[in-house]
Design a protein around this ligand. Sequence first.
Ligand code: DC
Length: 671
Amino acid sequence: MSDVLVIRPFAGPARGLARIPGSKSVTNRALVLAALADGETILEGALFSRDTRILIAALQELGFSVDADESACRIKLIGLGGRIPKAKAKLHVGNAGTAARFLTAFLCLHPAGDYEIDGDAAMRARPMAGLLRALESAGAKCLTPAGSPADGFPLRLVTSGLVNGEVSCDASSSSQMLSALLMVAPIAPGFSVRLIGTTVSEPFVEMTAKMCAHFGRPLIQNHGAWICPQPGAYRPLSVYAVEPDASAASYFIALPAVTGKKSLIRLAGYDVSGLQGDTAFAAIAKACGADLHEETGAITVRSWSALRGGDFNFNAFSDTFLTLAALAPLLDKPVTLRGIGHTRHQETDRMLAMATELERLGVRVEPSAQSLRVNKSLDALTIYPGREAMLAASQNAPVQIHTYEDHRVAMSFSILGSYDLHGNGQPWIAIHDPLCTGKTFPGFFTALEQLRGTFLRIAVDGGAASGKSSTSRAVAAAHGLMHVDTGAHYRSVTRALLSASATPDNPRSVIAALPTLQLGTKITGHSAQLTLSGWVPMDAELRSPEVNASVSRFAAMSEVRHFLFAYQRSQVEVARSAGFSGIIMEGRDIGSIIMPDAEVRIFLEADAQARTARRAAEGQADAVLSRDQQDASRSAAPMVCAEGATRIDNTTLSLLAVVEKVGQLIAQARR
Ligand code: DC
């Protein structure tokens, strides 16, 4: 990617599954809490970005065992219950506010530590003093490298453990300072934290308190001071699931405001009542006209039904004000964004950055960038409708948007640039330093691109234990597809027929029982499962010896197959209307009968020995070869490698290698 990225407007609707990374705030808190727990914790769905890597590297530098598996979004960390292995270290926190504040308080737990911490130029200018004063009152020495009292970075911390008692913290400029103190509070018995005045972004403090409770140490507020009634090491968690990032989700909630009719975006794992205050953006978007629906564990957003301006207070979820600010010139009335003064001390002066760049597009902003430069205490922005002005400003060439090393400035203007302002697909916004999005969302532009893709159908066929399910599941997760296992359909129907005492030897019994079965679909994550009268049978029931023994015989009956054909084909529409970018369906006749016109068709193979060994490793007695023989020799829809399908022999290939091969076929099909 070059230094400037020209944004291609969406000519049609945006559709598909938006792939949102884990929350930075949750990941970095979980890393600290897991390090303070007594034993091993595994974080699932963790974010891998600049800011989380900085914290991971710092913990490793301090002697912690942190095992990060980036492709699986998983981190294994062995906590030491409050002990920090190394007494001396030099740490660099870049411009990562959470790492800077959390580590500073964390290091003070060492009974005899001597640490040096520094950050980028921008981090050196960010507020730390409130936290440092609080830590000093608990026994730490916070010095500049030259030995005088420090107000920020570069910082030398001489620590002697946190002494009992109450500390007061002025966190008016950043709630991260309060969060940093709260997380170490349970480790230092008798330690309590009192907030001086108020703090910004209160939901982040609530997030911290909730997460301390998740790790076994609830905090309470007692006469205005935070305490941990039962102090001690945090409890390790065998698995801690990190929520997808709600601030990142705001860009994809906003996108259908600017893309064509019939836009439909699905955000999986998004929980409006989760830990993150930034989920409040969903309500603001609705007030402005977003057509947003909550489902269990997901939301879908369709083309907005209106583009209404209004007056909103973003104080508690200010990371998302930039998203609405960038959309504002397209709304029908002015938009006023209040309570955002503190964002002037974040990655950059965010109010000034947004005002400057909107003005570059010709949009009227009050106060103007000029006034903001003069008066640093202004804390609200009003942005006026500005289509005409933007048309004029971008008539001849895309307007160059400066991003000030601020990922949110880059992402929010990319959403505005996705709007087909000129009505002919002409690009009109170019983003400087697009890679700054790596701070929290390294795959942002890929995720945006995936939403313009056409709906993709992938057929995967192959014999028993040829790796169809594991491959299809992994491909679905990597490409935002809905996964359908048609083998499970035959197994469900087999189980139901067996319980209705129907047998393959008595076709009448089968013909009588089939119409009593009520088929439906339940979507969980990426997987769509067949329901019978509303129930999804358990996996163990579908793989019982009885089902294994007779499924191929039932599946060979044309009555059974015809009963399932229409249902299986209807899953394409289910995937489309649920907002997935495509469907991956696996079975024996998918490329030949169910989806013969699928854009990608694959036939998986592995040698007989490898397949038998796989089933044995799963603890299953399954005569894979005789089932294959029956499946390939039946007259009704026999198992075949469909014409034009790509054969992949995975006998000696890793799952990752197979997924990559399929990825190449997908890329070819999308071209
Ligand atoms: O993929 P599996 O082993 O779970 O499939 C169970 C049986 O279902 C398999 O032996 C044959 C049958 N089947 C079929 O006939 N057609 C399909 N599309 C999928 C499965």
